[in-house]
Structures are given as structure tokens and as C-alpha cells.
Design a protein around this ligand. Structure first.
Ligand code: C2O
Length: 519
């Protein structure tokens, strides 16, 4: 089927935590933004009209492969020009993967202003059963517009790069959520962290939860009491309602305060919603926990038992640091390069480059400056196996996200274990990698966003089977703004033969200072 959404995007006011009314980016004069619901195999069309007046925009569909539709991926100056005020722009692509996703603006630091919402791809063939589904977003929340927070954050007056601390946490963009429960019914909870910064610990009092999906990857059902869902990650679990209906139970999302430089007095770092069994019974306060011990996502196994990919054809080591530049402001770096958006979308540069054979692709690798040195481009050859070694030399957790792919997690260290060294894992034999707690995988977990621990490391692997220009970045919006991103240019010659840019995409570039290379 073809599913069409018309999104007229404009500023409206909202007060989701009851503490401050503020301008938010609404869709069709509503906020929270609507959920997008499609089914595997559908064509999704989103007709976006920018009525913001004072800001450009764009839309990214987080976690979707966009196979054959790289130009619909949404990141500004990567696969498109920003959509100027007054302009319209159509996203049109097929969805051929099941699971829980979300959409968000991918223009500068815009999505924390509220332009983000859940996207569910329903699957009649899902390998688990349930009676009803509940979609639950969790998010941190700010009271000021990004246009105010962002320049302060990226200034010499913030030399340590301290990220603004959120004012509150939300579930389904409110703090007053109750979910009526039917006794004995099995619910599929689809959780998406659509926040800008904080990871969230999530638990349900006095209920066991069974994790069945993460980031669109079905996993062998795994029971737990708590999950950690970092910014941009998703997790689905089954929960069977109790038979007995005398009490109501809290479901809590608690912001990961280790990410915050300070915890302002009075900040409520939790949001509590309720499984409502009995509307006349009280809503009990949550029981404080001594420790937060969530399920380790690297210990999950994908349902499809896809084994470790063969030895990599290309290994890219990325060292993460934070440092001040001459302006005094703090920036983030992969291998001493802080990402700066190019003046022409990287995809458009690829499409207008001389028709490249694979030997010319090689040439581009040795001469990446044609895509702008500060976009930090890596050329990936078609269908090659790519391994990324992430060494987090920073003292914070980072949720790293790869566009257009799910990657295998071959290794993730604990905090403070330093950089990855091949001798500490069996790097060349591909059969198994040890995880931090020693178990061996032959079918490693896959996802599209992975948390790397402070001063820790991780090794991920994927096949470059999806021609496109794909960003790889930290999904903490503050770190994205600070330049923690690289560009993967995957199979450029195939891309040149498959992508045709629609007129509205080219029109978005029209009034820009730098002409696009086609005209
Ligand atoms: Cu959720 Cu670059 O994306």
C-alpha cells in the first residue's frame, strides 16, 4: 500500500511538563507530532511544507535503510539542501524492514524543539505474539529554544563543552500518562528514546519484561527487569498484564545523570507513568532502587542467527576526543577532525563527479578533499565488509549511530578499558569475539545505535551493500553540533547510476550561495 502523510510544519506552543509554556515545532498545528504507522512493504510518502517562517528544516527517518533512496534520507548538507521557509519537499520511499523507529529533523540542532516522533513498521510475520501494542516515547525536555541554547553551548563562555541539562523527562510527551491494562492480556511495548541527550533507564514495577526487538532487529526473547535506551535507540518488550486488578503499577523512565555535568537542585530526573489496572485505586509513588542494572544489549542474539560477517576488507579506526579550538569553544573530534557541513550536499557532489570506475573510487579515497576535508569522508567499495573500531577517549558515554545500516557488534568494552587492541580479542579469526563479560557470540547482536562507554571501545562490522552517502555520528544532539560525525560514501559509482533527484530536491538548493553542481 501507499501511505501518505501531509506535514505542515510550524511553531506552536506547548507545555508538556507543566513547568513552562514554550514554542515547539508542531505538525498540522498539533504537538506532540503524530505517529507514522506503515506496514512492511509499504511505500511511505511524507509531503512536508515548511511554515516555520524563521528556520529551514528537513526530515530523517531514523534507522530506515533507504535502499535505492539515499536522497530521501534527510540529513542536511549530506543528502539534501535544507528546506527553506515556504518551500515544500516530498519524501517518498519504500519500507522493507519491520520494527520500531522514529523520525526527526536532521537540520542543525533542530529536533529537540519538538520536531520528532515515533514511526512503527508493522509486521504481520513478527516472530512473537501479543494482543495489543503500546507505543511509548521517552525524551528529555528543554524549556528554551535551540536557537538560544545552541550558540551559548558552542561559545567560548562554555569552554568545557558542558551540555545544557534537560529540565525534565517525558513519556509520550507528557508527565501524566496512564495506560489502561486488561487483565491477562499480553502487550507489546514499543519504546523509542526520541530525546536529544539523556539515555533512559526503563523499568516496570513488579512485572517481568521480555525483550523481543531492538532497533528493528528481532532478538531471541530475553527476560529482564530493566532496559537502558540511549538517545535514538529503540527497544520492544512483551509484558503480560496481571490477572488481579486491585493495584496500579509505575513504569519509570530515569535519565542517565552520569551524562550531566551538574544536576541542578530540584531537577526531577524521572518520569513515572502507570499501568492502570484499577482507575479507582491510587497511583503509588515508585519504589526507589539502590542500583540500576539494565540488560546488556550486546548479550542479545538476533532471531535470524546471522553469523559474524567475514574478515573486513577495510578497517576504520575512529578515536573520539573533545577539545577547544582557537575560538575557545569546545568541539568534538573523530581522529582530530571535527565535522563541518559542506557547502553543497555530499550526495550531490558524488552525483556530479565524473563517472567513476572502481579505480577512480580508489582515487577518491586518496583525495577525499573533493567532498570537503571537514566532512571527513571515507569511500566504501560496494559489498565490501567494513569494520569500525571506536576508541572513546572521552569521559562521557556516546550513542553512535550509522545511517542506512544495522551493524554487528563484535566487541564492546566496559568503561575505562582504554583503546581496542587486536590481541585482547580474536580479531583475525572471525568466528567469535569475546564481549566484556566473556561470552562468545557467533551470531552477534546488530543494531543501528550503540553506546560506547567512557574511555572504552567497541568494534562494529557491516557490509557496504547499500549504496549511499551515510552519516556516522554521536546521536547526542550537542555532540552532533560539536562535530562528532564522519561521512561514509558507499559505492559512489553505483549511486551515480541509481539516483535521480526530483525537482523539489533541487529547488531547495536554489537560493543558496553555493550553486549546486548540476546547473
Ligand atoms: Cu537519528 Cu543522523 O540520525
Amino acid at each position: 500500500a501507499t501511505v501518505v502523510y501531509d506535514f505542515n510544519v510550524s511553531w506552536i506552543t506547548a507545555n508538556p511538563d507543566g513547568l513552562a509554556e514554550r514554542p515547539v515545532i508542531g505538525i498540522n498545528n498539533q504537538w506532540p507530532p503524530p505517529r507514522i504507522d506503515v506496514q512492511v512493504g509499504d511505500r511511505l510518502i511524507v509531503n512536508l511544507h515548511n511554515s516555520l517562517g524563521d528556520e529551514d528544516t528537513s526530515l530523517h527517518f531514523h534507522g530506515l535503510f533507504m535502499n535505492g533512496s539515499n536522497h530521501m534520507d534527510g540529513p542536511v548538507m549530506v543528502t539534501q539542501c535544507p528546506i527553506p521557509p515556504g518551500a515544500s519537499f516530498t519524501y517518498n520511499f519504500t519500507v522493507d524492514q519491520p520494527g520500531t523507529y522514529w523520525y526527526h529533523s536532521h537540520n542543525k540542532g533542530q529536533y529537540p524543539d519538538g520536531f520528532r516522533g515515533p514511526l512503527v513498521i508493522h509486521d504481520p510475520k513478527a516472530p512473537f505474539e501479543y494482543d495489543e501494542e503500546l507505543v511509548l516515547t521517552v525524551s528529555d525536555w528543554y524549556h528554551d529554544r535551540m536557537s538560544l541554547l545552541q550558540p551559548r553551548f558552542m561559545s567560548k563562555y562554555n569552554p568545557t563543552g558542558a551540555e545544557p541539562v534537560p529540565k525534565s523527562a517525558l513519556m509520550n510527551d507528557t508527565q501524566n500518562l496512564t495506560m489502561p491494562m486488561v487483565p491477562d492480556r499480553t502487550y507489546l511495548f514499543r519504546i523509542a528514546n526520541i530525546g536529544a541527550f539523556a539515555g533512559q533507564y526503563i523499568w516496570v514495577e513488579d512485572h517481568t519484561i521480555t525483550v523481543v526487538e531492538m532497533d528493528g532487529v528481532y532478538v531471541h526473547p530475553t527476560e529482564t527487569n530493566m532496559v537502558y535506551v540511549a538517545a535514538a535507540q529503540r527497544c520492544s518488550f512483551l509484558l503480560t498484564a496481571k490477572k488481579e486488578t486491585s493495584r496500579n503499577f509505575p513504569i519509570i523512565a530515569s535519565m542517565d545523570t552520569t551524562l550531566f555535568d551538574t544536576i541542578p537542585p530540584g531537577l526531577n530526573t524521572n518520569v513515572t507513568s502507570y499501568l492502570l489496572y484499577n482507575p479507582t485505586a491510587p497511583l503509588p509513588l515508585p519504589t526507589p532502587l539502590d542500583s540500576l542494572t539494565p540488560l546488556d544489549d550486546t548479550l542479545l542474539f538476533p532471531q535470524d542467527n546471522l553469523t559474524t560477517l567475514p574478515s573486513p576488507d577495510q578497517t576504520i579506526t575512529l578515536n573520539v576526543t573533545m577539545n577547544n579550538l582557537a575560538s575557545g569553544a569546545n568541539y568534538a573530534f573523530f581522529n582530530d577532525i571535527t565535522y563541518v557541513p559542506p557547502r553543497v550536499p555530499t550526495l550531490y557532489t558524488v552525483l556530479s563527479s565524473p563517472n567513476s570506475s572502481s579505480s577512480q573510487d580508489m582515487d577518491l579515497t586518496t583525495n577525499p578533499s573533493i567532498y570537503g576535508t571537514y566532512t571527513h569522508p571515507f569511500i566504501l567499495s560496494h559489498n565490501s565488509i567494513v569494520q569500525i573500531v571506536l576508541n572513546n577517549l572521552d569521559s562521557g558515554r556516546h550513542p553512535f549511530h550509522l545511517h542506512g545500516h544495522q551493524f554487528q557488534i563484535l566487541h564492546r568494552s566496559g568503561a575505562d578499558e582504554g583503546t581496542w587492541s587486536p590481541s585482547s580479542s580474536s580479531s583475525s579469526s572471525t568466528s567469535s569475539f569475546s564481549t566484556s563479560n566473556g561470552s562468545n557470540h557467533t551470531a552477534p547482536m546488530r543494531r543501528d545505535t550503540l553506546v560506547v562507554e567512557p574511555n572504552g571501545n567497541a568494534v562494529i562490522r557491516f557490509q557496504a551493500d547499500n549504496p549511499g552517502v551515510w552519516l556516522f555520528h554521536c546521536h547526542i544532539e550537542w555532540h552532533m553540533i560539536s562535530g562528532l560525525a564522519v561521512t561514509f560514501i558507499e559505492a559512489p559509482s553505483v549511486l551515480q547510476q541509481t539516483i535521480n533527484l526530483p525537482a523539489d530536491h533541487l529547488a531547495a538548493c536554489r537560493d543558496r550561495q553555493d550553486p549546486i553542481p548540476f546547473e
